[in-house]
Design a protein around this ligand. Structure first.
Ligand SMILES: Cc1cc2nc3c(=O)[nH]c(=O)nc-3n(C[C@H](O)[C@H](O)[C@H](O)COP(=O)(O)OP(=O)(O)OC[C@H]3O[C@@H](n4cnc5c(N)ncnc54)[C@H](O)[C@@H]3O)c2cc1C
Length: 383
């Protein structure tokens, strides 16, 4: 049997996501992007149609499907506009970890509300001096009676000013000689006293998605908010990224596919030297390369997602998919602009945004260099 043909159900999901993206996201994407505005109506509609957290078990408000199904959805959204895709999918960024290691109570409290579009979340790891090296994080959570008291600052946090809850990566055992055992993941509601945030208003990428700084000043959260075990925060994070990196890969493939679609239409239409651009062999070579890279990326993320769905995550494959698909998104979007000539530079021609947005995929959730370190470690061991 052909291993990577989609099931009838998956083809239906893909079609429904494509229709939603084309009808609902496409017409408003440029305006929301230029205003840097998150659209509540679109988020709620995406939730109503069941596009949020489809991998969450049905008993916790999801569709009980898989990561591949979720990836198919975000690929279709990004094919229209990565900024819109990220704004919507980031609202459930963190549900993967709650589903994996949350207590029954935590799952019941948060997952249905997030899948239903009543609550948004985020994950706060990065700090001014702890980017690629998450073990340099300084935010502390000190146990006092039945509470943790959180203090510290996080930067570049998606949804820090929109989320109802954040999973915060904190030092709980700062003196542990094993640095990977110093951390825990703790859920903090953002309406708790001592929490504040700001928003970056001038970004290259993902303008309609909320990003900013998150500040914790003596934020008191009950010990029940500990997510997983104390001291396992670093390992929790790695498990989380194994899953979300595949979703980033799907966003990359969607971006590349969208840029390719636009380019094919343009080169067929645009004539120079007395014939359509598509009749020039060098142009044909470029579109062939764009399509091949996109298809290679798609095959890789399908496989990485299938591994997650079969309960056998492959961190190295997730990292390969993440860096490769992010990189080809940038390359394909770059060629798309090149083949549009001067029109590619004008936002109104609808290709510039693919390139602007694609760049961030090579940076967040593990830069491409960090992904390569993970892949190399599997190949040659820790040096
Ligand atoms: C729009 C946006 C949204 C984000 N959302 C979130 C979020 O929701 N939650 C969150 O916690 N964070 C978030 N981030 C932060 C993101 O994960 C970090 O920016 C990323 O991990 C890189 O960290 P840094 O920016 O500090 O770069 P640095 O770690 O300073 O890296 C700078 C460069 O050096 C390279 N480098 C670093 N170490 C090595 C090495 N050992 N070998 C080779 N090269 C290396 C990196 O690859 C990179 O190219 C977001 C960032 C952006 C831009």
């Amino acid at each position: 049997m052909e291993q990577f043909s989609l099931t009838k159900e998956q083809l239906d999901i893909q079609k429904a996501a494509r229709e939603f993206a084309t009808k609902e996201l496409g017409p408003v994407a440029r305006e929301l992007d230029s205003q840097g505005k998150f659209d509540d109506r679109l988020w709620k509609k995406a939730a109503e149609l069941g596009f949020l957290g489809v991998f969450v078990a049905e008993e916790y408000g999801g569709m009980g499907m898989g990561y591949l199904d979720q990836c198919l959805i975000v690929e279709e959204f990004a094919r229209v506009d990565l900024g819109m895709a990220h704004a919507i999918e980031s609202t459930f960024f963190g549900t993967q970890l709650i589903q994996l290691i949350g207590t029954e109570e935590q799952k019941k409290k948060y997952l249905p509300a997030i899948c239903d579009g009543e609550m948004r979340m985020g994950v706060a790891v990065t700090e001014p001096d702890a980017g690629s090296d998450v073990t340099a994080a300084q935010t502390t959570a000190v146990k006092q009676g039945d509470d943790y008291i959180i203090n510290g600052s996080k930067i570049f946090i998606t949804n820090c000013s929109l989320a109802d809850i954040l999973i915060v990566f904190c030092l709980t055992d700062p003196d542990n000689p094993k640095k990977h055992k110093r951390f825990s993941t703790i859920i903090s509601e953002t309406d708790r006293s001592g929490y504040s945030s700001n928003t970056y208003h001038d970004k290259l990428s993902l303008r309609a998605s909320n990003t900013g700084d998150a500040f914790f000043k003596d934020v008191k959260v009950p010990v029940e908010n500990l997510l997983g075990q104390e001291g396992k925060g670093f390992y929790n994070l790695m498990e989380f990224f194994n899953r979300t990196r595949v979703q980033v890969a799907a966003l990359g493939v969607g971006t590349a596919q969208g840029a390719l679609d636009k380019t094919l239409a343009h080169v067929r239409r645009r004539e120079q030297f007395g014939k359509p651009l598509s009749n020039q062999e060098m142009v044909q070579g470029k579109v062939a390369e764009m399509a091949t890279m996109t298809e290679a990326g798609r095959s890789m993320y399908y496989r990485a997602a299938s591994k997650l769905d079969s309960g056998r995550p492959d961190p190295s494959l997730s990292s390969m998919a993440k860096w490769y698909c992010a990189e080809i998104a940038v390359k394909v979007a770059d060629e798309a602009i090149q083949l549009h000539g001067g029109y590619g530079i004008l936002e109104e021609y609808g290709v510039a945004h693919y390139w602007r947005n694609a760049k961030v995929l090579e940076i967040f959730e593990g830069s491409k260099e960090v992904e390569k370190v993970i892949i190399a470690r599997k190949l040659i061991g820790r040096q």
